[in-house]
Write a protein that binds this ligand. Structure first.
Ligand SMILES: [Zn+2]
Length: 919
């Protein structure tokens, strides 16, 4: 339920590994967005030959549902491309109207494929049995070998190593779930773990699903969960099976959280006392009062010494109300009845399994104002001075219990769009159950609120966690990336808002049946929003909705931007060259039609189970986007960073990571990969930096730790690097090398003044040919020069006036020292942010303008943007209208620029060939 997801950062794990699977929206073989397809129809799968959805079938099917389903898939191999021998039945559902869904999990050489489920839907009995639709995710391109090559102990260490906080890591445990195949391209063989650790910030239990590549030994995927520990205490099933023996159904009274007396279904124990177990339904509903114990005590199940909420007589004491126990029990019954009466469902698992709630937990000695489903039970905080016990809010109970239904059906993964649908569907039913129980109209202004009734004080509007009529859409509001497990709560109302609109514009009962059937019969763990839309439409067809009703359903998804290809409609006007590149926003390099950029390089295991820290690697590719990126730097356990390139050669810095090897080395390699990586400079008590390359020339700086002096080294035409003379106390920055000229920003202390001077050196002449002191003119306002770039036969730089001015000007100077011109004045519209960066080709100069934080907090649209103008001067234009953050531009040839863009919610390297103009 929580709006503030504690679990998203719970383990302090580097955010780079979340949502590593590239599972985007399926391409449209689907019909026009607003019109449901005529039947039969087929929606193609993404990255697979197996269709995502085939509807409108009426093909005879003989035998048990599972046999009939397998036979159907085998008989139509040309349609499905599914190997029935690689399917394992993982759970099937039947409905009151005689429909059966057979849910298969895909295996690859016998190894489960993460999130890959294929479903066959049957109707009719005996000889009249028919397959009416088929769909899900089955990946036909998997070829990865299924033998792990990394030792098991090393895989476990890598999983534990994903906990960044050292203290949390030391106490962490890794529960091994065996091998899985991640359905990424040809597949990735991974060992799946649930890592349990304490949240370093709060000490609360936290869990993380971690998938370690079993062939190369890197964390391939990870996301946070609330999974309980595998052992310790009982699993919270005291009312289940033998533990329920000896209990007799009874009725009594108990005060609820609001102080009213409620009738409760309870159980009489052999000794004549009573406990809060409701035995009136096939699924026993038991409630435990934690009595203020920490929620951490329940991570492994119910502690053995804690009995269910208890009373000597049938009238429960006041503590049943203040703890929230009465409400948890009563609300669990309401939720059970809703699912049973509306859909014929027997409990959370559909099989009448025990339903367990724990109330009155605390966190760090304070009342816990939250609630969650931990995979097996509901855990509710006692609220506190501002909140009632969370179990007292029916929509919260409905939300958490719906997570239980989801984990027993579609099992939507807790990350990305699947995670947002998991939260969104939990919101939908939590809300629907409360609105139904209260007899509210869907047009009641309070009908859309979630969690609004938990507050002792404040208005429902102010108290609500979320509202389902917030009109958020994919294109305008989707926030991806690494926070909140890829936005599982942040994006929930985009999806639940569409469902809620269906409920409001159709009729509640029909809508509930559509959503329930979509969840139980069509959705699979890795589905995205568009698959969710298709699932709802397919469910609607199954349920006999009219074309007008189906159009209403489609229109609701349209209104929230959930239609095929929405990601491309986010307004990205750039081409993506590489995804999920960098968490550090390290600057990429570009030139001669090629880019070089740094990406995280998690640790490949070396030796026997020992691991090293994650490092960084350099990749290169074409700025036209042709071909796949290739790794440029050696896999040697060092950080590789700070690249520069002229389009033929890359130069960069490598930093050792071990105690024995803290070396600093400058390296060079041809982008073609057709030559060796060679060492340019191996530091000894010095720090090399700012490497540059142009043709046969290479330049860099060397900072001597002892003398604090920084010098410039230049290697001309492959000759050994020589030191260029600089005056005592003069310091070079921003090296730039092009076509026989080297330039830098030189700075020194002159009396009270700190002087900065863009400086040009002719390699052929062997001397400085120009030096433009930033405020040489007497009486001129003091300013600072930075970010010097050689381009278009001149030197360009940023000139930032001292004082409070927000902007810098762009200046250019002749290489022979004959004069300076102003390319863009600091007071002109859209001038660069002071201290920003500048990049330039012969044709265009590109720079960054920082966004202004809106009063209500940062939004995606308010992040920094890039602007471009001709190198000789002109009016700046927006380089790209991408609405997210744009940073670290690197000019290639002409007006083409690559940069790091966070519009899709992760850091991608993207490119545009020319400025977009006005946005
Ligand atoms: Zn939730």
């Amino acid at each position: 339920m929580p709006r503030r997801s504690r679990t998203s950062t719970a383990l302090g794990i580097g955010a780079t590994t979340v949502v590593a699977l590239a599972l985007a929206a399926p391409p449209a073989l689907a019909g026009p967005a607003a019109t449901p397809d005529p039947v039969p129809s087929l929606v193609a799968g993404q990255d697979t030959a197996a269709p995502q959805l085939v509807t409108g079938l009426a093909e005879p099917a003989v035998g048990s549902p599972a046999d009939a389903a397998r036979a159907h898939l085998a008989a139509h191999a040309d349609r499905y491309h599914v190997d029935p021998g690689e399917l394992a039945e993982v759970g099937s559902e039947s409905t009151a109207d005689g429909r059966r869904t057979v849910r298969f999990e895909q295996r690859h050489d016998g190894v489960p494929v993460f999130g890959a489920q294929y479903l066959v839907h049957l109707t009719g009995e005996g000889a009249g049995q028919r397959v009416e639709s088929v769909g899900g995710k089955y990946f036909t391109g998997l070829t990865v070998p299924t033998t792990a090559t990394v030792p098991a102990a090393a895989l476990r260490d890598l999983a534990l190593g994903s906990v960044q906080d050292p203290k949390a890591r030391a106490a962490a445990t890794a529960e091994d779930h065996g091998l899985v195949v991640l359905p990424d391209g040809a597949g990735r063989l991974a060992q799946r773990f649930t890592v349990h650790a304490a949240d370093p910030a709060t000490g609360a239990p936290a869990a993380r699903e971690v998938f370690v590549d079993a062939t190369v030994g890197v964390v391939a995927l990870a996301y946070d969960t609330r999974a309980p520990l595998p052992t310790g205490g009982n699993a919270g099933s005291a009312a289940d099976g033998s533990a329920a023996a000896g209990l007799e159904p009874a009725t009594g009274t108990a005060p609820d959280a609001h102080g009213n007396s409620a009738k409760v279904n309870i159980a009489r124990l052999p000794d004549g006392s009573y406990q809060l177990t409701d035995l009136t339904r096939p699924a026993a509903i038991t409630t435990y009062d934690a009595g203020g114990r920490d929620e951490m005590d329940f991570g492994g199940g119910i502690p053995a010494d804690l009995p269910p909420a208890h009373s000597p007589g049938p009238d429960f004491p006041a503590s049943a109300g203040t703890s929230g126990a009465t409400d948890a029990s009563v609300n669990a019954g309401i939720v059970y009845d809703f699912y049973h009466d509306r859909f014929g469902r027997n409990g959370l698992d559909g099989k009448g399994g025990a339903i367990t709630s724990v109330v009155n937990v605390t966190q760090d000695g304070a009342p816990y104002a939250n609630a969650y489903w931990d995979g097996k039970k509901m855990v509710y905080g006692s609220g506190g001075p501002n909140y009632y016990p969370f179990s007292a809010a029916l929509d919260i109970a409905g939300h958490e219990m719906t997570h239980g239904v989801i984990s027993n059906t579609a099992d939507l993964a807790g990350m990305g769009q699947a995670g947002a649908m998991n939260e969104g569907i939990a919101d939908y039913f939590g809300n629907a159950i409360e609105v139904t129980a209260r007899g509210m109209s869907m047009n009641d202004p309070a009908a859309a609120l979630l969690g609004e009734s938990k507050c002792r004080t404040g208005t429902p509007q102010a108290c609500a966690d979320r509202r389902m009529d917030d009109h958020r859409t994919t294109v305008d509001d989707y926030l991806g990336g690494t926070v909140d497990n890829g936005g599982q709560h942040l994006n929930a109302t985009i999806f639940s808002g569409a469902l809620w609109d269906v409920r409001r514009t159709l009729d509640p009962l029909t809508a509930d049946r559509v959503v329930y059937r979509a969840l139980t019969a069509y959705l699979t763990p890795l589905d995205d929003f568009v698959a969710g839309r298709n699932a709802a439409l397919a469910a609607g067809r199954d349920l006999g909705l009219s074309h007008a009703q189906l159009r209403t359903v489609a229109a609701a998804f349209d209104a929230h931007g959930i239609k095929p290809g929405w990601e491309s409609r986010i307004g990205m006007d750039s081409r993506t060259l590489a995804r999920n590149l960098s968490y550090s926003m390290a600057p990429p390099a570009a030139g001669g039609g090629h880019w070089v950029a740094m990406a995280p390089a998690p640790d490949p295991v070396k030796g026997t189970g020992g691991t090293r820290p994650d490092t960084t690697a350099l990749y290169t590719g074409s700025t036209t986007g042709r071909g796949a990126p290739v790794r440029l730097s050696p896999d040697d356990g060092r950080y590789h960073s700070w690249p520069a390139t002229d389009g033929t050669t890359a130069v960069w810095k490598a930093i050792g990571t071990t105690a024995q090897n803290h070396s600093r080395e400058l390296l060079a390699a041809p982008l073609s990969g057709a030559g060796p990586v060679r060492s340019l400079f191996l530091a000894d008590g010095t720090e090399p930096g700012s490497p540059q390359v142009s043709g046969g020339d290479i330049a860099f700086t060397v900072n001597d730790f002892t003398t604090h002096r920084t010098s410039i080294r230049l290697s001309h035409d492959g000759a050994p690097a020589v030191e260029l003379p600089l005056a005592d106390g003069h310091h070079p920055d921003d090296l730039t090398l092009k076509d026989g000229y080297l330039a830098w920003t030189e700075s020194w202390q002159d009396g009270q003044q700190y002087v900065t001077a863009p400086t040009v050196y002719s390699i052929a002449a062997g001397k400085v040919t120009a030096q433009y002191t930033a405020h040489a003119a007497p009486g001129a306002a003091a300013s600072t020069a930075s970010s010097a770039r050689l381009a278009g036969g001149r030197l360009l730089w940023l000139d930032t006036p001292d004082g409070a001015t927000a902007r810098a000007s762009i200046r250019s100077g002749a290489l022979d020292g004959s004069g300076v011109t102003e390319v863009l004045a600091a007071d002109s519209p859209n001038a660069p942010t002071r201290g920003g960066s500048l990049t330039a080709s012969d044709q265009a100069v590109t720079y960054k303008v920082e966004g202004t934080k809106p009063a209500g907090g940062w939004t995606n649209a308010a992040l920094p943007k890039l602007w471009q103008l001709p190198t000789g001067g002109g009016t700046p234009q927006r380089l790209s209208c991408d609405r997210g953050g744009q940073d670290q531009p690197a000019a290639d040839q002409g007006t083409r620029v690559v940069w790091l863009d966070s519009t899709p919610g992760r850091t991608d390297l993207v490119v545009r060939d020319r400025a977009a103009g006005t946005c």
